[in-house]
Design a protein around this ligand. Sequence first.
Ligand code: C2E
Ligand code: CA
Ligand code: CA
Ligand code: CA
Length: 276
Amino acid sequence: AKEKGRGNFQFYNETMRLETERKHLVQQHLHLAIEAGEFSLVFQPQVNTQGDVIGAEALLRWHNAELGMVAPDEFIPLAEETGLIHKLGKWVFESSMETLVRFQEANNIHPDFKLAINVSSKQFRNLNIVSEVEHAIVSRGLSPNNVQIEITESLLIDNKDIAVRSMLKLQSLGVSIAIDDFGTGYSSLAYIANLPIDKLKIDRSFITDLHLKSTNRKLVDTLVNMSKSLHLEVIAEGVENKQERDVLIDLGCSQFQGYLFSRPVPADKLIKDFLA
Ligand code: C2E
Ligand code: CA
Ligand code: CA
Ligand code: CA
C-alpha cells in the first residue's frame, strides 16, 4: 500500500507539473496573441419557433501556430488571472460591433436582431466597461437595442454592487442583459427579481436529453414559468435535436440556440446561410 501510495503521489506530481508547464506556455503565447492577430470570432444563431434568426452569440476562438486551437474554457480563465481579459474583452467588443455593421447591411436581418456578447465577471471590475461598450456601439452608428450582454450568476455573487451599477447603465443605454448558464448557480427567484436583467439562458446541462429525463423536464418547466412570471425572455442553449426542441416548445420556451440549428460559424457563413 505504501509503494502504491508513493506511486500515486508521483503520478499526481507529474500531472501537476505538466499542468503548470502547459499553463505557462499558454500564458506566454496569450499575451502576444491580440497583436499577432490570432483571435477570431464565430457566431451562433438564435432562433424562434418559426425558425427566424432573432440573434446570434459571438464566441471567441484562438488559433496559435505552436499550440493549435486553444478552447476558451482554457484561455479565458488565464486571461482573467493575468488581467489580459480587459484588453481581450475590448477586442471582442470592437470586433463584434464591426461584424454587427455587416449583419445590419444584410438583406434579411430581423428588426429586433440582437448580437450577444459574453462578458466575464472580472470584466465588470473595469469601471470603464460601460463607456467602452457605448463607444464601440455609437461610434459605428449602431443601435444599443441590437446588442445584448451575457453574464453569469457568479458575477452577482463576487461583485454585486459594482456590477449592478454597470448593468443599470447599460440597460439605460438600451443594451439588454441575459443571465448565462442559468440554473447552475444559486440564484433564487427573489434574488433574480430585483436585478436589471432582460433574459434567462437555460444552461445546456438541463437541455441535454430533455425528452428522456423527467427531472430535467421538471427543472426546465420551473425555469420557463419563473421567467414568464418575471416578464423575462427565456432561451434554451445547447439544443441538439428535434426531440429536445419539441419538449421546449411544449413547456413554452420559444427561443433556441444549439447544434440543431447551427454550430458557431464565421460571420461570412452566418450572413450567407441566414441573413442574405
Ligand atoms: P457559453 O457562453 O456558455 O457558450 C456556449 C458554449 O456551448 C460554446 O462553447 C458553444 O460553442 C457551445 N455550444 C453551442 N451549442 C451547442 C450544442 O448544441 N451542443 C454543445 N455540446 N455545445 C454547444 P465555446 O465556444 O467553447 O465557449 C465556451 C465558453 O467560453 C463560453 O460558454 C463562455 O463562457 C466562454 N467564452 C467564449 N467566448 C467568450 C468571450 O468572447 N468572452 C468571454 N468572457 N467568455 C467567452
Ligand atoms: Ca454565453
Ligand atoms: Ca451558456
Ligand atoms: Ca458556459
